[in-house]
Design a protein around this ligand. Sequence first.
Ligand code: A2P
Length: 271
Amino acid sequence: MISAERIRTLADGARMPLLGLGVWQVPNGEQGVNAVRWALELGYRHIDTAQAYGNEESVGRALRDSGLGRQEVFLTTKFYPGHRDPEAEARRSLERLGVEYVDLYIIHWPQGGPTWAWPGMEAAKAAGHARSIGVSNYSVAELEQVLSAASTPPVVNQVQFSPFEARRRLLAACTAREVVLEAYSPLGTGRHLADRAVRRVAERVGRTPAQVLLRWCLQRGTVVIPKSTHRERIEENGRIFDFELSDEELGALDALDRTNGTDRAREQKWW
Ligand code: A2P
């Protein structure tokens, strides 16, 4: 079981569990419902979905079926920036999810520029649709533009992050601005699990490669949202609070960075 104490307090005072289940590429329907159901049974209290994933209904179904109170689970969804109105789209998300509010609502990527959607995000928060608001796939420059235009600043920047995509300057800038960095694709969508250096550290600490990659994220100060549709993997990914990587092991993983300590959120943009 994952301890409820494993939380991060955001700049707006909200409490965000350090570990969540990410459901990118999890199909709507039985698979999606099962993944979220298992995660909640295994002690996860944080689920990360998005309008673009098309699986908010399944997330909502599993949440209702779990019998957990709404306030016990930290729920994130993301504004799809191909649409125009973040506040209206938040209401549609709430209908699909079958909840009164999400804990965190973030702009999925800065399509069309980093600032145009922010007033709508603030409106979604003011209307009570979201407790906290943030961004995703924002570089330092893009984050700064939002921060200087915002009445309510973003409290999270969710980006691709792992020892191989360590984005050191982006992490430092987020930390300095009280924006929590949330790591997506922490396993490199599975690709980093077979890496020799990762396996070596895993053998040394008697853990799995997935646990080592996730633990590295925690010790580097991020929230982390691994994805899996397999119960035993969801469980394995949850067992990351009962061991520590030494400075030497962290250093061996830091050496894998291929971004040259970048301040960017992506090497290539898809938008
Ligand atoms: P699956 O969903 O079939 O279990 P990321 O979180 O970086 O996006 O990585 C997700 C990918 O890694 C998925 O393909 C997932 O497969 C796989 N995965 C997740 N956890 C584990 C694990 N503990 N061991 C092996 N593969 C995993």
